[in-house]
Design a protein around this ligand. Structure first.
Ligand SMILES: NC(=O)c1ccc[n+]([C@@H]2O[C@H](COP(=O)([O-])OP(=O)(O)OC[C@H]3O[C@@H](n4cnc5c(N)ncnc54)[C@H](OP(=O)(O)O)[C@@H]3O)[C@@H](O)[C@H]2O)c1
Length: 334
C-alpha cells in the first residue's frame, strides 16, 4: 500500500506535537530522509519552543509549522490535508497531574479523535502512525519474574485508577479509542508502544523522561524508584516510527523497548556512565529497593526491520546533556 513512499522524495507527512522530545527527533530524521514535514505546535509564535526545529538541516526548504491544539475540534484538519502519512505524537506527558481528567485523559482521547477525524476526511492519506506507550501495555504487575510482555498485553484500567497511574490510563484509553475509530472509518493505523525513552533532548526544555533521569539521580521523587520499566533510546524510537510508516506490511501494535531495569539496575548502569561513578548520597543511606524484573518481546519489531541498540548509549546521551546543562550536582559527578 505504501510501497514506493520511501523513495518518494518530498512526500508530505504531518507530525503532531512537533516541538516535543520524540517529535523533534522524528522531524530531524524525516527531513534527513527527504520528506517534507508539516509539524503542528500549539504556538508557532513561541520562539523558545520552535527555534530548534527551524534550525534543523533542510528545515528552511521542507518544514512547515502549523498551529493546532488537541482540545480544539477541527484543529488538525488543515495540518493533515494533503499528507500521505500522519504521525500522531502529541499527548500530555505528566506523571503528577493536578486534575487527571482535564490535564491528561480528555486531551489524550479528544486529541487523538480530533487528529483521526482529520485523517478520515483526507482523500490522499495512506497511513497514520500513533505514538502510544508501554504504559498502555503493561502498567499492572504482569510482573511475575520472567513474564514476557508482548503486543497482546493491555494495561488494566482499574489498576491504573487504584494506583493513580493517570498518565498510563490516558495512553491506554486514547489507544483503545484510536483502534475503535480506525476500524469504524477504515483507516490504516499502526501503533508504536515505546518504553521509557532516553537520549539527548533537542528542544529547549526538559521533557518528562529526561527529568525522570535527573530526579532519579538527585534522589527526588521519581516513578523509576518504585517499579521496573522497559527502556529504549530515542533514535531507535524514531526509526521504529519511520518503519511503521514505510513498511507496507506493518500492522497492529509494536512494542519498542527492551531492557527492563528496576531502580538498582538503573543506578548501576548510570554509575558506569557518570564520570567518577559516584553513588548519589541519598542511596548510600537508603539503598533502592529491587522490583520484579519481567521481559519484553521485541520479536515483532525485529520483523519490521529494527533491532534496538544498547540502552547504555542512549542513557549516556541523557547524562551528557544533563552534565552539559549543569543540572547534575557536583557530589554525584566526582
Ligand atoms: N518520553 C517517553 O519516555 C515516552 C514513552 C512512551 C511514549 N511516549 C509518548 O510519546 C509522545 C511524545 O512524548 P515526549 O516524551 O516527546 O513528550 P513531550 O516532549 O512533552 O511532547 C509532548 C508534545 O505534546 C504536545 N501537547 C501536549 N498537550 C497538547 C495539547 N493540548 N495540544 C497540542 N499539543 C499538546 C506538547 O506541546 P507543548 O510543548 O505545547 O505542551 C508537546 O509537543 C507522547 O504521546 C507520549 O505519551 C513518551
Amino acid at each position: 500500500m505504501l510501497s514506493g513512499l520511501k523513495n518518494q522524495l518530498m512526500a508530505l507527512v504531518c507530525v503532531t506535537g512537533g516541538n516535543g522530545f520524540i517529535a523533534s527527533w522524528l522531524i530531524k530524521r524525516l527531513l534527513e530522509r527527504g520528506y517534507t514535514v508539516r509539524a503542528t505546535v500549539r504556538d508557532p509564535g513561541n520562539l523558545r519552543k520552535i527555534a530548534h526545529l527551524q534550525n534543523l538541516p533542510h528545515a528552511s526548504e521542507r518544514l512547515e509549522l502549523v498551529k493546532a491544539d488537541l482540545l480544539n475540534e477541527g484543529s488538525f484538519d488543515t495540518a493533515v490535508e494533503g499528507c500521505e502519512g500522519v504521525f500522531h505524537v502529541a499527548s500530555p506527558v505528566n506523571f503528577v497531574p493536578d486534575n487527571p481528567e482535564e490535564d491528561l485523559i480528555i486531551p489524550a482521547i479528544e486529541g487523538t479523535l480530533n487528529v483521526l477525524n482529520a485523517c478520515a476526511k483526507s482523500n490522499c492519506l495512506k497511513r497514520v502512525v500513533l505514538t502510544s506507550s508501554m504504559a498502555a501495555v503493561s502498567t499492572q504487575t504482569l510482573a511475575k519474574s520472567g513474564f514476557i510482555v508482548d503486543e497482546s498485553c493491555w494495561s488494566d484500567p482499574d489498576y491504573c485508577k487504584e494506583r493513580n497511574r493517570w498518565y498510563a490510563l490516558s495512553k491506554l484509553l486514547a489507544e483503545q479509542r484510536a483502534w475503535e475509530f480506525a476500524k469504524e472509518k477504515g483507516l490504516d493505523l499502526v501503533v508504536l508502544n515505546p518504553g521509557f525513552i532516553a537520549g539527548r533532548p533537542l528542544q529547549d526544555s526538559l521533557d518528562v523522561a529526561t527529568e525522570e533521569v535527573l530526579n532519579f539521580l538527585t534522589g527526588q521523587d521519581s516513578l523509576t524508584k518504585d517499579s521496573a520499566f522497559a527502556w529504549v533510546g530515542v533514535k531507535d524510537v524514531v526509526e521504529a516510527h519511520i518503519l511503521a510508516l514505510e513498511v507496507p506490511m506493518a500492522s497492529g501494535r509494536y512494542i519498542c523497548a527492551e531492557q527492563v531495569m528496576d531502580a538498582p539496575t538503573l543506578l548501576q548502569v548510570l554509575q558506569k556512565i557518570i564520570p567518577g561513578h559516584a553513588v548519589p548520597p541519598k542511596y548510600v543511606a537508603n539503598p533502592l529497593p529491587p522490583a520484579t524484573l519481567y521481559k519484553v518481546s521485541t520479536e515483532k519489531l525485529k520483523k519490521l526491520g529494527l533491532t534496538l541498540g544498547p540502552i547504555e548509549d542512549a542513557l549516556k546521551e541523557t547524562v551528557d546533556y544533563l552534565l552539559g546543562k549543569g543540572l547534575l550536582p557536583k557530589e554525584i559527578q566526582t
